[in-house]
Design a protein around this ligand. Sequence first.
Ligand SMILES: Nc1nc2c(c(=O)[nH]1)N[C@H]1C(S)=C(S)[C@@H](COP(=O)(O)OP(=O)(O)OC[C@H]3O[C@@H](n4cnc5c(=O)[nH]c(N)nc54)[C@H](O)[C@@H]3O)O[C@H]1N2
Ligand SMILES: Nc1nc2c(c(=O)[nH]1)N[C@H]1C(S)=C(S)[C@@H](COP(=O)(O)OP(=O)(O)OC[C@H]3O[C@@H](n4cnc5c(=O)[nH]c(N)nc54)[C@H](O)[C@@H]3O)O[C@H]1N2
Ligand SMILES: [Mo]
Length: 905
Amino acid sequence: MKAFINNTAYTVLENETILEFVRRIETNKNAIPTMCQDDRLENFGSCRVCSVEIAREQDGPTRTVASCHTPVTDGIFIYHNTDRIKKLRKNIVELVLTDYPSDKVFPEENKKATPFQETIAQIGIPDVRYPKGENHLDIETDKAHPYIKSDLAQCINCYRCVRACEEIQGEMILGMSGRGFATNIIKGFDTSFDESACVSCGACVQTCPTEALTDKFETKTLLADKTVRTTCTYCGVGCQLDVSVIDGEIKGIQAPETAEVNEGHTCLKGRFAFQFYDHPDRLREPLIKKNGKFEEVTWEEAYDFIASKMLHIKNKYGPDSIGGISSSRATNEENYLMQKMIRVGVGTNNIDGCARVCHAPTAYGMQQAFGTGAATNSIEDLKQTDAIFLFGANPIKGHPVTGAKIKQAFMKGVTSIVVDPVKTKLANLATHFLQIRPGTNVAVLNMIAYHIINENLVNEHFITSYTEKYEEFKTHVSNLNIPELEKLTGVSNEDVKQAAIAYASAERAMEFHGLGVTEHFQGSKTVMLLSNIAMMTGNIGKNGVGLNPLRGQNNVQGAADMGVQPHQGAGYMDVNKPEIQTYYAEKYGIDKMPVKEGLKIPQMLDAAIDGKIKALYIMGEDTIMTDPNTNHSIKAFEKLELIVVQELFMTATTELADVVLPAASYFEKNGTFTNGERRVQRVNKVVEPIGNSKPDGQIIIDIMDKLGYKQPTGATYNAALVIEEIADVIPFMKGLSWDRLGKNGLQWPIKEDGTDTQMLHVNGQFKKGIGTFHNFDFEESPEIVSHGQKFPFILTTGRELEHYNSGTMTRRTDNQHILNKDYLEVNPKDALKKGIKDSETVRIYSDRGSVNIPIKFSKNVKKGVLRTTFHQPEVFINLITGSVGDKETLTPEYKVVAVDFEKIE
Ligand SMILES: Nc1nc2c(c(=O)[nH]1)N[C@H]1C(S)=C(S)[C@@H](COP(=O)(O)OP(=O)(O)OC[C@H]3O[C@@H](n4cnc5c(=O)[nH]c(N)nc54)[C@H](O)[C@@H]3O)O[C@H]1N2
Ligand SMILES: Nc1nc2c(c(=O)[nH]1)N[C@H]1C(S)=C(S)[C@@H](COP(=O)(O)OP(=O)(O)OC[C@H]3O[C@@H](n4cnc5c(=O)[nH]c(N)nc54)[C@H](O)[C@@H]3O)O[C@H]1N2
Ligand SMILES: [Mo]
């Protein structure tokens, strides 16, 4: 199809609007001025600033249309800069200016123009001819919210904020009220931002073309010295951020609209929670504990102390007496170096990371079923799916940008199934919600498989062509005692059947899962059953399907890829195989690699108590706060001869250390993070390291050197060079290089020529050759079997939107002004039975200990179930969690804790 711009013919792309067409041909975003239009929002066509003239024939009679929402039709003639159109635009904007502060028409000194000011300049308005009317200029500025400011006097009623709130975030906090000049945006039921149910994502601020909505950092109008694109440090979504810097300090963050992952959106942590980075509490100097007190020392002194102690312990007790815990908060390059330091510098496979307390069962279970432990598809696929099966994940809080996309899909009517013991926001919107008893995943998935088979909804072709052991699974499932499982799970068989039918009859169904699957006694088994369900319905290997773990930390996927696991080295090769040992030894330029599989974190702690582990080297984990059964962890730490911790802040873990090394935060170093869809993205240095802190990569290279191994990429940490080494060692990253990563990264496997991979196991070609079915029976958690009688409530712990894990970072930002407490969610009936009122503080106790916590009445939990989180050290919930873990991977069962609670007298 062709159409004409000023009488010249051009080819039109499918579904192009006139605005898109003209902008593309003129390669100029400003070819037509706009006001209410935002590329990320549905076209609205209300302000008419983007008007153009169109004609059926050359220089024929014209019609005026809003170009943003008018599709190009075959052969039309477009005239977008005629005198008539220019006059019309000027009139529209002048009219808007009659109700707009006169001192905001042009950019203020030392400030960048707002998009509206740019439009004014583009249209060329020297002054406003019309007198000021009755207007809304006297509306007071709302500054109650810690981050978002609204000055509605500057509102031009373009509705962009209202639409962004709904169309990007999926909230409906903002609305319009009143008519004519009195029209203005309202929040909630006309409250302040602070009182509304706003999730503080800042989408409204980013889209607002004036300063009617700004963040408190005034990021929109900052005249920054530089803006650096980097990858967010919080969850595994991997949002891209544009960080503005003035005089070497970070002043504000916006979301780049060119980012494939987050498409100009972030949550409140990515956009606003950066103030931790230069907080007075940041560690700035190395510290050694002398006579029970930390003293500042030089790097040289700290290094010498660590190296001499480590070498002494290694010589006395052997290399297996030392263990390393690496950080999923740090970069790939740093994780790679860390596992190398432990394996090559020390000579042991005792290296592990936070995947152990998180998604290790996902990696293990998916490897058993498919051959690769990572997400099969990409988030982009949400646009192509017919059904979403959300199992034990709460992305609204944990992965907010993906959560918003899932919410959009739910609201648009995609078939939606949620399985969770807690009625989450998404559960409320879902077409099917199974509110199971915590810990009964295997039972409910067996029921689902039973119904899929019974209803004849299996994909026989997929099963026979690409998988094995289906018949065993089928026989197992057909022998199930369904009424017994119904009782165990606490959900009706009919509801499960309907959910099973909904999933299996969708053309394309996508599974998402989270910690509600993995942090359980039967975690790995649940992952394998989720894999079964996908395989038996043929939901693998095409767009809009698959098994998609919502990986937790910014770089937990990457840490495992880099070899932060005791049984597999960089690139998932088994460390106990002689040919693999030879492979790594050659790559690392040493004689021989350690031969024994290493210890997992819980085993390291047990071994410390048994006197077999003598030293722990920890890079960026708050083990004491975040591992279960804190008193057990403390007991282990107290037996150690050496504890080294690289950290940003003093934590419960550093308090017990012998040496604390100040690490540079992600703003202060280069490297890469790998998100939950296997996408390796650049982390670009934004500012210099705070104080005397150093990037983890530099610290590790220095320590390796002291231990007698010289890193071949040189004595200075250089991420691009370490990537070259990684690409040489890890076969599925052969084509990885710093330059190739570009702005939006690459998804592994990355071929030698640099082509990457959006989807795994395409056309039934499983990584391990053939997909394998496994079958399991439900087994009650030992936690319930041993302690359920005495402690009759089940506590499950999860997350809040505003805070991140141990809270070290988010607690040092204004997020703490939005939420500064952990609460215990209790079904009102349970509390009232004990004579406890809403908001009272209770004592909650288990076999391990007790803590005090304020309660919050909540109908989102059934009777007998309690929910809280683990962000605030004032509560320190892991004092009561237990040591039961997933049988295969030892991932702790944070989601089933036998407890009771009582009123504090
Ligand atoms: N705001 C914020 N975001 C985060 C984090 C944070 O601390 N704060 N942490 C990051 C990290 S490390 C991770 S791993 C991810 C985690 O993100 P998610 O996996 O979403 O983690 P959770 O909220 O802990 O648990 C998910 C859901 O599992 C449910 N669940 C509990 N028990 C069961 C069960 O027996 N069966 C089923 N089907 N469901 C169950 C819970 O009720 C909860 O809704 O979030 C990441 N993102
Ligand atoms: N009760 C309960 N406990 C849980 C969970 C639960 O659901 N319930 N979830 C578990 C899960 S899934 C996880 S992943 C763990 C998370 O547990 P952790 O990994 O211990 O928690 P984080 O707060 O993410 O980060 C650890 C530390 O890294 C530091 N840090 C950040 N960036 C850097 C850096 O670049 N370099 C260095 N050296 N340090 C840095 C931070 O200051 C922080 O203290 O918690 C687990 N604990
Ligand atoms: Mo995690």
